[in-house]
Design a protein around this ligand. Sequence first.
Ligand code: NIG
Ligand code: FE
Length: 418
Amino acid sequence: MTKPIWIKHAAQLATLASDVKGPRSKEAMSELGLIEDGSLWIEQGVIEAVGTTKELEKRYAERLHEAEVVDATNHLVTPGLVDPHTHVVYGGSREREFEMRLEGATYMDIMNAGGGIHATARMTREATEAELIEQTTRRLDAFFTHGVTTVEGKSGYGMNLETELKQLRVMKKLQEQHMIDLVPTFMGAHAVPPEYKGREDEFVDHLINDMLPVIAEEKLAEFNDVFCEKGVFTPEQSERILEAGKRFGLIPKIHADEIESYGGAELAAKIGSISAEHLLKASEAGIKEMAKSGTIACLLPATALYLREEAAAGRKMIDEGVAVAISTDCNPGSSPTTSMPLVMNLACISMRLTPAEALTAATYNAACAINRQEKVGSLEVGKQADIVLWNVKNYQELQYLFGVNHVKSVWKKGVKVV
Ligand code: NIG
Ligand code: FE
């Protein structure tokens, strides 16, 4: 039996508790469930009580001496951050492409010339499972350092069965070996591999007939994602892939309208995708349809910045009633970062989310985008004790002092990992 943990005197405890269950939009994104002089009691990795320090002192009067005490005076305490969109398992790196883009090449120019996703696919195909585990472990450790306690991860740097399976099996092993929660997504449709160039529909058939059944049989993924983009997969091909995934119990996600407006947001709403990602160029109609269907917009402002593009219309989406989540998009090309705090800063600066909305987008709504809202994303009784203690005193300061990692301590299921 491990000792209970008693966190007391938090200057501000942002619980993110709310009566709104499910993805939050509009005013609900500003409900942080704040408690001044806040306190948490953690028992066996689970939150057992949340309240003011006085309330918990009274309730646990007989047991206070048993607990490991954390004095959070002058500190903000929040739920562990959730990153609902990453490509964290990959081989190699692509720093030369960063230079090429600064010299004028575009993301798509590089990809069409065999670089980009194709370059990482070559390096990931070559990497052994052990190498991928070693590299990904370092990135997952870095997520912890930045206050992130749950991470979604996509395959998609194989685009052949062998390497897609290798990436997903690496994620499965890491779920067993690493303290972080890693949520797996199959993204065989990340690009059309060179061996299928000019035979795109055949690749789609191959993915549906030969890859999906094996992934489902081995229970290697919960979600199915597609890069729906001009020159990659059309909305029709994307729909086929996502509908096929549904038949295997995989929940659809979609990289939509990142480079060009291509009907991705509309498709996400039509097929009942849990989320649509990027959305830099989402149409007005697409945004309205997402609001109606309850599709979460998973926005990636670090990617927009890194590609020197205008960020998605986060402010407008929230005002129109779309629930917004945010994510690093951690990948070796368009967003090589593990910093969710930076992403929160950018959500405010480049998409005009308020500091409160940015925190909701990085916790509760992010958890909803990967179907984990019953376990993580808020500090409520019965939920996992995934907690961050910050070197700032309130949530506004967290977003205001930007580009700095304010993490002081992190607990994952009640175990101190930072
Ligand atoms: O979400 N846009 C497509 N996929 C990734 C980038 C992957 C890469 O460049 O390696 C993204 O930005
Ligand atoms: Fe992505």
